[in-house]
Design a protein around this ligand. Sequence first.
Ligand code: ADP
Ligand code: MG
Length: 614
Amino acid sequence: MDIIHLLPDSVANQIAAGEVIQRPASCLKELVENSLDAGATDIQIIVRDAGRTLLQVIDNGSGMSDTDARMAFERHATSKIKEANDLFSLHTMGFRGEALASICAVAHVEVQTRRKEDEMGTLIEIAGSNVVRQEPCQCSVGTNFRVRNLFYNVPARRKFLKTDQTELRNLRTEFNHIVLVYPHVHFTFVSNDEILLDLPAGSDKQRIENVFGKSSGKSFTGQFVDIHSSTDLISIRGFVGKPETAGRNAEQYFFVNGRYMRHPYFHKAVLNAYAGMLPADYAPSYFIYFTINPSAIDVNIHPTKTEIKFADEQAIFQILMSSVRESLGKFNLTPSIDFDREGEIEMPTLTTDNKAHAPKVSFDPTYNPFRPTSRPSAPSSWETLYPQPTTDNIGAGSHTIPSDTLQHFWDDTHENSHEETLFTATPSDATPIQYADRYILIPVIGGLLFINQHRAHITILYHRFLEQMHSNQAVSQQLLFPDVVELSADEISLIESISDDLHLLGFDLQQFSKQSYSICGVPALLGNDNAATALRNILQAVRDTNTSVQQEWQTKIALSLAHEVAIPYGKTLSEDEMRTLLQSLFALPSYQFTPNGKRVAFILTDNEITKKFL
Ligand code: ADP
Ligand code: MG
């Protein structure tokens, strides 16, 4: 006897539904996406018991004819694509023609729909894939879907649902993903007769504000800077959080062509742009919208998956990272040190271009009342640890510090109380002092600046090394006796892929045998004693990040080498050494944190000092 037969549609649909409709939130997504595809400008969502009992979506879109309304529930019935080629020019949210078939396989569905040109609408009722009723009806233009008793016939699914609270949260998450890309559509969300959100049509910024801003009481979007960048490949725009508004919880959203996506790799690109601006466990919020030719992304997006594959991810990574970095850079000209009190105290910084605020105070670091004429001769080997000045790197590392280079930005509007002015005497002759052979202290206006010498130097060197890899200006020191290091097969292949970058830093490496390399030259700052260790640590760091993107491994190499070379804790510094260190530090675009998020500097404010004496 033959035993193979075709499954009835109702069973096939129920199986398919398991994939597409996993919970009320996925049902909401499908219905709302259909409304958007139908050109709706007003969409109401009404749920009861987190969508278990009722999930209703009412739109003012195109509506359907009576035959289309019936067809819509067939599997693979869609008005959105006709042939395979259409997949490469998708401009709608849906295209699979699966959603309605799936939903009506696992729920009681009732739809009322009418087109503008029809006098009467259509009502259809379906339960478990069977049409129970179809008749003309009076209704407004658009479509009104009621999905009742979701999973009534799939007990296993029903049991699998979480508490109402969790399912409602899932609904809200799905809702956010959609409303953030359709700011010109009016949305309302009603749960158990309570209006949770009413979002008027507006700009994307207003939409973000309306979704997230209400609770905090202050402007949410005011904490963001704009990004935009447009290339042949992709156009990127959006908003990224100012570093000081980062926290342990962040709202992070990517959208591509009007669709929410998760993209861990692009997420890294954004985080990379914040390197050195955030403490280790802090994350920035961002809302980033990509527009790209649909043929450059993978269209066969699984309905429940939010990851999307791009044809040219590495290039986009770079565009995204530099775009975010540039916007933060503009903003970061006047970084504020205190996360809670934005703008009160600003970190000292160097003017490197005239976009900066006009400095109010400058000091001549060569001036010392106790040593009016004798500046010690240039420190011995110290400078080699620091960046030598280049044309675009004003004064960094030079022996004589031009009196106008080290300047303190100060907010004009800042006001100190009367007593405090006592403490804000301009440090025109400020002399840095070293404390505990670990920290450098220097008075600045508004307080006392504390700097961690080891981390400061790591940060300086990190930027220096990165620049070397980009501009090929490393100083290499040849070793008299090449050092041979044994390496694993893994390490050998890794070395091959990053050898150009190692070379740019000053490493001269030659394969010695199958399992070893000889180190013939090293970065001048490194010296030969720890060449092998440094190389191993670099390899380890690159391997741990497990990346195939040059830009990413370069940052790991730079950081690893910076750790190796940086002045250690416990090293006593001369005044000149401290000045040079500070000057190089202040010349960086940001230096409050190391590239891996450790704090480099903070200000003990006048206020805080005054309080100690109360
Ligand atoms: P898809 O969206 O992938 O085409 P669906 O099963 O979600 O598949 O919907 C099937 C078809 O039903 C759609 O292609 C569309 O023509 C029609 N449809 C669904 N919802 C609506 C709606 N709210 N307004 C107008 N037409 C709709
Ligand atoms: Mg659809």
